[in-house]
Design a binder for this molecule. Structure first.
Ligand SMILES: [Zn+2]
Ligand SMILES: [Zn+2]
Length: 170
């Protein structure tokens, strides 16, 4: 969805509902579920505020199982026109943290949604807070099959007693 900045009215534009932005993501497995954005203009600067929710397929960093994560970032972005073709100004713009640029007088709402969602994807996603991960001995998924590896592991502290009980039972 491209919005011509010069056509944003004084009262701003409100975008409501994921249906108003069909298929923003390149990956068809990513789905946009909610969208509520207010787009306002102040001179040539554009402010986008609101929230969105998306569902993305991830792989758990602990048990390596694929799962769906719902991501719901708050949106608070500021855009200024791209200083076209002038390297020094471009660098100045990049130094200005939290500010993005729009090109050719057009604000790309789809690109904004993709950026906000991508930034909100956790570096080490977990399928659930208390994911028990993989057993370091048998490699089994301990969420699914509570293996007994840890119990079977001889505890070195008991080794002398084990020897004693072996002798006694002989
Ligand atoms: Zn997991
Ligand atoms: Zn195991």
């Amino acid at each position: 969805m491209l919005i011509r900045v010069s056509e944003i009215p004084d009262e701003g534009i409100q975008i409501e509902g994921a249906a108003s932005l069909p298929h923003p993501f390149e990956d068809p497995a990513w789905t946009l579920e909610e969208l509520s954005l207010a787009i306002e203009k102040d001179g040539s600067a554009v402010f986008v505020t609101g929230a969105l929710a998306a569902r993305v397929p991830l792989v758990c960093g602990r048990c390596l199982e694929p799962f769906q994560l719902r991501i719901a970032p708050e949106v608070d972005a500021r855009f200024v026109p791209s200083p076209q073709g002038r390297a020094e100004e471009r660098e100045l713009g990049a130094d200005d943290l939290g500010t993005d640029v729009y090109e050719h007088g057009l604000l790309d709402v789809g690109a904004l949604v993709v950026t906000e969602t991508t930034l909100a994807v956790p570096m080490k996603p977990l399928c659930r807070e208390d994911c028990r991960g993989l057993c370091r001995l048998c490699g089994g998924n301990r969420n699914l099959t509570p293996c007994a590896c840890e119990e079977r592991m001889p505890d070195p502290r008991w080794a002398p007693l084990k020897g004693l009980s072996d002798r006694l039972s002989r």
